[in-house]
Design a protein around this ligand. Structure first.
Ligand code: ZN
Length: 372
């Protein structure tokens, strides 16, 4: 397999194999087909990426209600910066399902347009659509939280750039992977994310696609920052080296078997529930081989209630189940720190009766079950 960014041979590159895993969107399918999930780092350009791109039909959600939330609190600040950097645009084009809130925040009295949704299918279909060349007419093209799903990110950037009018600008937003890689958080790997960008690798990709970085803004998140980049067609300069790029992934790979053994030991003979049925929780359960150790997963989302965790028979129960479960020993939280704070009324009573309540996320700063 060749690097998605620079075409280097990845066959000898350091890899982190999590084994064959079910797709995290296949709720209610205990027997969902599994595919190998292996992350690898290119020894040349440092992009962390999936070693094998999963088949698109395997990624396609089988439930119409599968829709993801992306961060939006920073969008007024992004809009102000875009207004300062770009001439007032007469045509702004959004590509993907996450553009509405940004365009509303921009509030330019201009023509706003969106590329049409690609039929049935979701982000796996959107990412394939990015590669298609377009008729360059837009002064500003925006595309949030799709590039990391792309199976051909250079072609995706070229396709997006082909939508630009002369002197147009391309605004992209991706999650920055450096925090979860540094924290050793395996649960942030995901079959839907083929690329795990950092500032350095995003700059390298832009250069490889013939685009120059006009501005790069970072908006901090508790577990992942938002990387926001404004690009223009034209010769790019090489990205600066990030001295930690290679050591970070080396430590990340080395942490996995240690964490896997520690969870197996910590959960043996214990009754354990997981709070939150998002893709991180599902990846965690399967990557650590814990589908026999988790009694149930709690989630109050109406579409998930009463279903089961993909690739398992673990039931998804309402949060009231925790208070009624007097035998519970451990509750692992697969939700962000801000949500945990809001749900103190749920978790404080559990702690008061001796249940060990811990975040799943090593980067959350509050200690996981397996921390010494
Ligand atoms: Zn590479």
């Amino acid at each position: 397999m060749a690097c998605l960014l620079c075409d280097s041979d990845l066959s000898q590159a350091p890899a982190l194999a999590l084994g064959p895993l079910p797709p995290c969107n296949r709720f209610g399918e205990a027997g969902a087909e599994r595919q190998p999930l292996t992350a690898v780092q290119c020894p040349h350009c440092a992009l962390v990426q999936l070693a094998q791109l999963p088949p698109l039909d395997w990624l396609r959600p089988r439930h119409a209600w599968i829709r993801y939330n992306e961060p939006s609190a920073h969008l007024p600040a992004v809009a102000a910066r875009l207004r300062a950097h770009c001439a007032p645009a007469t045509r702004v084009l959004g590509v993907g399902p996450f553009e509405g809130p940004l365009h509303a925040a921009l509030d330019w009295a201009t023509e706003r347009a969106s590329v049409a949704a690609p039929g049935d299918g979701y982000l796996e279909a959107w990412q394939a659509r990015l590669n298609a060349p377009g008729a360059g007419q837009a002064e500003l093209v925006t595309c949030r939280y799709l590039l990391e799903h792309s199976h051909d990110p250079r072609a995706a950037l070229r396709g997006l750039a082909s939508l630009l009018a002369p002197d147009g600008r391309l605004y992209l937003e991706v999650p920055d992977s450096s925090k979860f890689l540094a924290a050793g958080d395996i649960s942030f790997l995901w079959e839907e994310h083929s690329c795990y960008f950092t500032e350095a690798t995003l700059r390298r990709l832009a250069a490889a696609a013939g685009l120059t970085v006009q501005a790069l803004w970072r908006y901090p998140g508790a577990l992942e920052d938002a990387l926001c980049v404004l690009l223009a067609p034209g010769a790019a300069t090489a990205a600066a080296e990030d001295p930690e790029e290679f050591s970070r992934f080396g430590a990340y790979r080395a942490a996995y078997p240690v964490q896997r053994a520690a969870y197996a030991q910590a959960l043996a003979g214990q009754r354990c529930a997981v709070f939150g049925a998002g893709h991180q929780a599902i990846l965690f359960i399967h990557a650590f081989g814990l589908s026999e150790q988790i009694a149930y997963v709690v989630d109050d989302a109406p579409d998930k209630a009463g279903s089961t965790i993909p690739g398992s028979t673990i039931p998804i129960l309402p949060s009231a189940s925790l208070a009624a479960d007097s035998a519970l020993d451990i509750c692992l939280l697969a939700i962000g720190p801000a949500v945990i704070d809001k749900l103190a009324h749920v978790f404080d009573p559990l702690r008061a009766r001796g249940v060990r309540v811990h975040t799943l996320f090593p980067g959350a700063g509050s200690g996981t079950l397996i921390d010494p």
